[in-house]
Design a protein around this ligand. Structure first.
Ligand SMILES: Cc1cc2nc3c(=O)[nH]c(=O)nc-3n(C[C@H](O)[C@H](O)[C@H](O)COP(=O)(O)OP(=O)(O)OC[C@H]3O[C@@H](n4cnc5c(N)ncnc54)[C@H](O)[C@@H]3O)c2cc1C
Length: 423
């Protein structure tokens, strides 16, 4: 029936497809780590992923590099050991920035989830939360068989956009405090050295860039893997918020136009033997929504290197803001290291929901530093343990024992190498 705004009330009876102790929504860095770590606590875990693969922006978006955070620890360390052993450092408190094959990582996660006993359900997109009071009862997802419900005692929102939390009524913000603008989107692509000159192609409607200043980022930004002649290119840039229908629609088409245009430029300027080899499945989204949790990580916390008693992740990744306003600049500022507290993942409105990954409670500047993959793995790992502890202790996620959380993190090979602040 149409309502006054021209919309519809939508009532349906939806069959429950399955239930688990913990349902994780979104299989990016945060979601994969959350699912594995909850499963390792002995929980029955279902992971819902809207695409056909795990790894999030790291595979789907072809990001293909782990940025350095000064702490190679926990599950992230395990991934390095199992996929990129040549980069594994001896100590935890160190920095690496390995480039990897997104195809290999995708394959690795499929196999890893089987070994860990996590049930992954692909092509399943969260669309709605079913609540009773402060408790999330089920999530409704669009599956290949239509709408289905998934029930759990604990839920972890790792959609990157805080989709579940927002639908369940958790307050959120987007982008810069002054105007709500988010970091731009980038469609990543790869070129391959063919060993012989290629004919540069420029499809109709693309741009013929002549100078670096004309490039979308105003700079050349790529990584070369000399051993296999592969060039990973991060040089497209489209203004907008990837959680908005019109912005992402525009970005998908415009970013692809830029891919062909940049590839053509590179083929005329230093990469004469390189052919376009792979374009990411979808435009990469850096920033959309941040929940308002029990604590909001701020620029000051990052700049002053604050420590917290309920620390769950430590990073020294820089402040890294690709300008949200359409200009070609990037605000990059060195950071010496800070803590991310558990409370950034905890919405105050619900008893059994955590939010891990880039959409935790953080300001625009703080998220620009915490958003990289190794940090998201660390947050996911902590969220999986916390959800399991809440179940074991019969408490809600707002009052999980930090002492036990730290013990379990340590048992999961996590080293928080800087002393935590006193409670
Ligand atoms: C262009 C670009 C370059 C970057 N460069 C680097 C870099 O060099 N190094 C680095 O470490 N980091 C980099 N980052 C940052 C990093 O990739 C992301 O911040 C990180 O992947 C976020 O992890 P996440 O798990 O929070 O979310 P995401 O990686 O966004 O994963 C979210 C997952 O949830 C799924 N999902 C979303 N909505 C739903 C739904 N409704 N139902 C079910 N599933 C859903 C998605 O399909 C996805 O698999 C870059 C990001 C971008 C966009």
């Amino acid at each position: 029936m149409a309502d006054k705004r021209g919309g519809y009330d939508f009532h349906r009876s939806i069959a429950t497809y399955d239930r688990a102790d913990v349902v994780v929504i979104g299989g990016g860095p945060a979601g994969t780590a959350a699912a594995i770590s909850a499963a390792r606590c002995g929980r029955n875990v279902i992971l819902l992923e809207k695409s056909a693969q795990l790894g999030g922006m790291g595979t789907l978006g072809n990001v293909s590099i782990f940025m350095p955070i000064g702490n190679v620890t926990g599950l992230y360390r395990e991934i390095i050991r199992e996929v990129l052993a040549e980069y594994l450092p001896e100590g935890h408190d160190t920095s690496i920035a390995p480039q990897y094959s997104p195809f290999l990582l995708r394959y690795y996660f499929n196999e890893k989830m089987k070994k860990e006993g996590v049930r992954v359900i692909y092509h399943t997109e969260f669309i709605g939360a079913v609540k009773e009071g402060e408790r999330l009862q089920a999530v409704i997802a669009s599956t290949r068989e239509g709408l289905r419900a998934f029930e759990a005692a604990q839920f972890i929102d790792c959609t990157g956009d805080a989709r579940v939390a927002i639908d369940a009524g958790v307050p959120y913000t987007s982008g810069r405090e002054e105007d709500g603008l988010t970091q731009p989107m980038t469609l990543m692509f790869m070129m391959q050295n063919t060993g012989k000159p290629v004919v540069p192609i420029l499809p109709e409607g693309c741009y013929r860039y002549e100078d670096v200043s004309e490039l979308p980022q105003g700079r050349r930004l790529y990584w070369e893997r000399n051993k296999d002649g592969q060039l990973l290119v991060n040089m497209t840039r489209v203004k907008g918020n990837g959680a908005k229908i019109e912005d992402i629609n525009f970005a998908e088409a415009e970013a692809l136009r830029q891919v062909f245009s940049v590839a053509n430029y590179l083929q005329r300027n230093g990469f004469e033997t390189y052919a376009l080899a792979h374009v990411a499945n979808q435009v990469g989204v850096r920033e959309t929504n941040q929940i308002r949790g029990l604590y909001t990580l701020t620029e000051q916390d990052v700049v002053e290197g604050r420590r917290f008693a309920d620390v769950v992740a430590q990073t020294n990744y820089e402040i890294d803001i690709h300008s949200p306003d359409g200009s070609k600049t990037t605000d990059e500022r060195h950071v010496s290291g800070y803590d991310i507290p558990y409370r950034c993942m905890v919405p105050s409105e619900l008893t059994n929901l955590l939010v891990a990954g880039r959409s935790i409670s953080a300001t625009h500047v703080a998220m620009s530093s915490m958003r990289v993959q190794p940090t998201c793995y660390a947050l996911g790992q902590a969220a999986g343990i916390a959800a399991s502890l809440a179940l074991a202790d019969g408490c809600d996620t707002r009052s999980v024992s930090i002492e036990k959380l730290h013990e379990r993190l340590q048992a999961g090979d996590v080293r928080l190498y800087k002393p935590a602040a006193k409670a």
